[in-house]
Each structure stands twice: as C-alpha cells, then as structure tokens.
Design a protein around this ligand. Structure first.
Ligand code: ARG
Length: 247
C-alpha cells in the first residue's frame, strides 16, 4: 500500500515537471524570450503595474521588433541566466550583465552597450568608510553571482559577505544596520539611493565594467541581429533617447 502512494506521488511530480517544462520550454516560432532579473533599476525593475520595465527592456523590445517577434520576459534569479540560455529556456539574457572572461567561456556577448563599475553604498551618516579599501572587517551585502559578489570575495573573507538573491533586501538590511555596506554597480546604486534615501555612495566606482547582452554560443545568428540593432539604435539617435529616458 505504501508503495502505491509513493508511486502516485512520483507520477504527479513527473506530470508537474512535464507541464512546467511545457510552459517554460523552447518558445513558439513567433516569440523571442528575454531572461532578466528585475531587481536592478533602471536597467530592469517592476513598475507600478508590476510589469518588468527599464532600459534593458526597451533594448530587448527593439531587438524583438527587428526580428518581427513578440517579446516574452522571464524574470529569474541572476545566477540562473547562463543555465537558462544554455538550456534554451531563454534566447537572450539582458540584465546589465558585465562582460567577463569567465562568462565568455560559457556564453557569447553582444557589443558592449553600457559602461559601469562597482561602487560602495553606506548609510548617509557613515564617516569612517570612504571607499572599498575601508571595508576591512565590515559586513558587506552583494547580489549573488554578480561581479560585486566576485569583487567582494576577491578582497574580503567570506564570513563578512552576505549574498542576496534580491539586492533590494540588502538595502533593507543596510537601513536596519544588519550590514555595513553594499557593493553594487554604480548606476543602480544611484537609482536605489534616489528611491530609498538614507544612504550614499563613497569613493566613486572602483572597477571598470562593460555590459553586454548574453546569448548561447550556439545562437550566432541572434547575436548578429542583436549587434545590428544596437548599431542601428546608436546611428538613429534612439539609443541616446533611451539613455536620457532612463538615466
Ligand atoms: N553587472 C553586474 C554583473 O554582471 C550585476 C548585474 C545584475 N543584474 C541584475 N539584473 N540583477 O554581475
């Protein structure tokens, strides 16, 4: 009898998995799927209608338009984007992703479309911490799997680093005094400071990073299209319009 129930539970799980794969699997021909992590304003975030919106979304829309396809957005964990590309669950990852040697082993990147770098965010009344070199012995918040996470681990012991799936929660912990500082991309730091208040950046950006759109190494055709669109947006002045719209 016990075996019977084990069997029933197994079957249900399997059916569930198949159904799930069915909705999230390779898309219909008329769609292009963007994977992102909507916790990174103004690149991607949830707007008042709870839709994923932002600079990256506008760029992805231009790509979809060029392809004559409908844009589908999958909001997922940042650390899951590479895997989602390689399993074809998504076609392109547009998420303020820094082009790094390490990531180039696994995916291809478009031409860079934005310059950024990591900075340090501290409470407004903080005076001791003036930059990344003053973070020795402090508790530091980062978003899991980001370059901020890697920079923190390169410099400080892991006991001092708190990894968040949503850096929004890191900002809450900074306000509550549970962490002393956040390491995050400077344009996003600035936007969070505008939204949340009570904190500031110190020391400017301590890394130089370029953002690119990631695609699976197999999908060279899509990569070419994306690069074409980026070039067209720049030549037509639309890219600058998007910059002034979002920054
Ligand atoms: N630029 C950083 C990186 O590539 C952070 C990106 C985080 N993006 C996001 N949508 N949460 O690691």
């Amino acid at each position: 009898m016990k075996k019977f129930w084990v069997y029933v539970v197994l079957c249900c799980t399997l059916l569930g998995l198949v159904a799930f794969a069915g909705c999230a699997g390779p898309k219909e021909a008329g769609q292009v799927v963007m994977g992102t992590n909507a916790d990174f304003p103004p690149f991607e975030f949830r707007n008042e209608q709870n839709e994923v919106d932002g600079f990256d979304v506008d760029i992805a829309k231009a790509v979809a338009e060029k392809l004559g396809k409908e844009l589908i957005i999958e909001d997922m964990e940042f650390g899951g984007l590479t895997q989602a590309l390689n399993s074809k669950r998504i076609d392109m990852a547009v998420a303020g992703i820094t082009i790094t040697e390490e990531r180039l082993q696994e995916v291809n990147f478009s031409e860079p479309y934005y310059n950024a770098g990591q900075t340090v965010v501290v409470p407004e009344d903080e005076t001791e911490i003036q930059g990344v070199d003053d973070l020795e012995g402090k508790i530091i918040a980062v978003q899991l799997g980001t370059t901020g996470d890697m920079e923190a681990h390169d410099r400080f012991p892991k006991e001092n680093i708190r990894q968040y799936n949503k850096i929004n929660e890191g900002f809450l912990d900074l306000a509550n005094g549970r962490v002393d500082a956040i390491i995050i991309d400077i344009p996003v730091a600035q936007r969070y400071i505008e939204i949340k208040g009570g904190c500031k950046t110190v020391g400017g950006n301590f890394t130089e990073e370029l953002f690119g759109i990631a695609v699976s190494k197999e999908n060279t055709e899509l990569l070419e299209q994306i690069n074409k669109v980026l070039l067209e947006l720049k030549e037509s002045g639309e890219f600058d319009e998007l910059i002034s719209k979002w920054f």
